[in-house]
Design a protein around this ligand. Structure first.
Ligand SMILES: [Zn+2]
Length: 409
């Protein structure tokens, strides 16, 4: 493959979990970044230019592929939103062709919004999950995808037996091992929809296959109360811990209604709390106290949670993260920290060193962004100006493994 020279202002990780900007050139060859030259912008390049932002593709740590066409079902609380809108939508994945078409469409939306890597849920349907994973693989995106495990408290069409679910999950885990570009994630939806034996089986399967685990935790107060009823008074976090679902490869979405002990359990097990601020405000679930979790030593990630989350753009999700923290009077991240979160930060949280950073040897998953605002001459912090003034139309090109997979002329 021929060499590509991409020039502009490079979004670069600097020490301490923040990003900065440095002018330079990224050289891409054979799917990877082979060189980075700083402080020079050549007169001619294959893409970019002096005013362009060159950044790693964004990483979304939590989304649902079958929910891309139910975004905007406003006015419902979590449990009603699930039963009235979400479960009927997920039933359509009974047809694997429908699932493949929808995944392709969803992936195109992600790529157009600058997201090149994600951890996502499919549905309880095995063939549909396989079709979705195949589709994501064909697009070259970096992803973890899971067949959702549910055996109770959902529409009957979406419940399967424990043994069938664990068998099907094991076969997908073998087909998509953890070191692959697309990997399988063990995905019990949440404790309400899983019996104890299913949760325990899921934990054992993840340990055996060294697989990523994704689930939901403490999104709403009624949900936490229901878990306590279903598990004889046991705490939500304790249920997961006993089932060996809290590991350094566990991504737990929401983590809003947490006691100090709960946060310590996440910290002790090195589990990751995936903050989904847009979805949380949409469903009126509450606000995660991000800085409190961080002070407890809990590792964090950030997700869109489409379709309760209505923002596809991880830049706007990052902005919501800042605004949520400010609204509850907590310490809020700077724009430089927020840019780091949706790139290198989420890469670390998901254990994906090959994406999320512009560095030699990394997969050439990157964006050429041409803002139409004076971001380089402003008196405002340029990264804050970009984040708060963000417009998806600035994305000229999204590259995955050195190949252009979205272009806006
Ligand atoms: Zn979710």
């Amino acid at each position: 493959m021929s060499k590509l020279i991409i020039a502009g202002q490079l979004l670069k990780e600097i020490a301490g979990g923040v990003c900065g900007i440095v002018p330079g050139v990224v050289v891409v060859q054979d799917e990877v970044i082979t060189d980075i030259i700083e402080q020079v912008i050549p007169a001619s390049a294959d893409a970019g230019g002096e005013q362009a932002l060159i950044c790693p593709g964004f990483i979304d740590a939590h989304l649902h592929l079958p929910q891309f066409d139910i975004v905007g079902a406003h006015g419902l609380r979590l449990m009603n939103w699930l039963s009235e809108v979400t479960f009927p939508a997920e039933e359509r994945w009974n047809d694997p062709c429908f699932a493949a078409d929808m995944t392709r469409w969803a992936a195109q939306q992600l790529l157009a919004s600058g997201t090149t890597a994600f951890a996502g849920y499919a549905t309880v349907h095995h063939d549909a999950t396989r079709a979705a994973m195949k589709c994501v693989e064909s697009l070259g995106m970096k992803a973890a995808v899971g067949q959702v495990l549910m055996n109770r408290n959902a529409n009957p069409a979406l419940c399967r037996s424990t043994s069938q679910l664990l068998q099907e999950a094991a076969s997908l885990a073998d087909a998509y091992p953890p070191d692959g570009r697309v990997e399988f994630a063990v995905t019990p939806r949440f404790a309400i929809a899983c019996t104890d034996d299913l949760l325990v089986g899921a934990g054992a399967l993840a340990a055996e296959k060294r697989a990523l685990i994704q689930t939901h935790l403490a999104e709403t107060i009624p949900e936490c109360q229901r878990v306590s009823e279903l598990f004889d008074g046991e705490g939500y976090v304790d249920v997961y811990r006993r089932a060996r679902l809290l590991t350094k490869k566990s991504v737990l979405a929401h983590c809003i209604h947490m006691q100090a002990d709960d946060m310590h359990a996440l910290s002790e097990t090195n589990s990751v709390a995936a903050h989904c601020p847009v979805a949380n405000s949409f469903l009126g679930a509450g606000s995660m106290n991000r800085s409190q979790l961080q002070d407890c030593g809990v590792r964090l990630a950030l997700g869109s949670d489409i379709g309760a989350g209505y923002e596809r753009s991880m830049v706007r999700v990052a902005r919501a993260m800042i605004e949520t923290a400010a609204a509850i009077g907590a310490d809020f991240p700077t724009a430089a920290e927020a840019w780091h979160r949706i790139t290198a930060g989420n890469s670390d949280a998901l254990g994906w060193p090959e994406v999320g950073r512009l560095r030699v040897g990394a997969s050439a998953d990157l964006l050429v962004v041409e803002p139409d605002i004076p971001w380089l001459t402003t008196r405002v912090d340029p990264l804050a100006m970009l984040m708060f003034g963000w417009d998806d139309r600035w994305i000229r090109q999204t590259m995955v493994r050195g190949k252009s997979c979205f272009r806006r002329e």
